[in-house]
Design a protein around this ligand. Structure first.
Ligand SMILES: [Zn+2]
Length: 203
């Protein structure tokens, strides 16, 4: 039973080498955050160069107002994000997670997060603008959920030979194979179709 937290949409657009824009549903908000850095070959470099980059990402992804990030926040965010990235890669390879990374996620998760709230009331409960540390706590708490034993078999790498994208399979049957049907799934279908055709022609 996951305890209620602020509700955040998962998934983001990517434009990769072939200049095709495609939607990547990582299955997890914490994983979405991991993809602000170089993980899984989707982004060759760092997205969070300056505190303003972090401010913008949080602004785009959180449904509530979050204050401006400072240098210290950026430092914390990247430390948390890189721990989540290492853990996701390890989990996708069925390797043990590093205790130091687990400690880091737990540390951020132990601080106050962005509280959930119901619409329709008459008063503002708590602050009207949330802080960056609260946002990082929300991300860390989502990572606690992501790396819970229930998801152990569901953190996987895309089945395509030339793709290293890691995702959380949230499908009911745990049958997701691709980072995206549009990207790797269709390519695999085309290849399988060509292979079948080649066999028929040879026969
Ligand atoms: Zn893929």
């Amino acid at each position: 039973m996951p305890v209620s937290t602020v509700s955040i949409a998962v998934g983001q657009w990517f434009t990769t080498g072939d200049a095709v824009r495609w939607w990547f549903d990582s299955g997890s908000f914490a994983l979405d955050f991991a993809y602000t850095g170089p993980i899984g070959g989707l982004r060759a470099d760092e997205l969070l160069h300056a505190p303003d980059d972090l401010t913008q990402w949080l602004h785009e992804r959180f449904p509530v107002a979050v204050g401006a990030a400072r240098s210290r926040d950026l430092f914390d965010a990247i430390a948390l994000r890189d721990a989540i990235s290492r853990m996701a890669l390890a989990a996708s390879r069925d390797e043990a997670l590093r205790a130091a990374d687990i400690d880091l996620v737990n540390l951020y998760a132990a601080t106050p997060d962005i509280p959930p709230s119901l619409a329709g009331g008459m008063m503002q409960a708590g602050r009207s603008v949330q802080t960056v540390p609260q946002a990082l706590s929300t991300i860390a708490r989502d990572a606690v959920d992501l790396f819970s034993p229930a998801n152990a078999e569901r953190i996987r790498c895309c089945s395509s030979d030339d793709c290293d994208v890691v995702y959380l399979d949230t499908s009911r049957a745990a049958s997701r194979r691709w980072c995206s049907m549009q990207r790797c799934g269709n390519r695999a279908k085309v290849r399988a179709h060509r292979a079948r055709k080649a066999v028929r022609v040879a026969a």
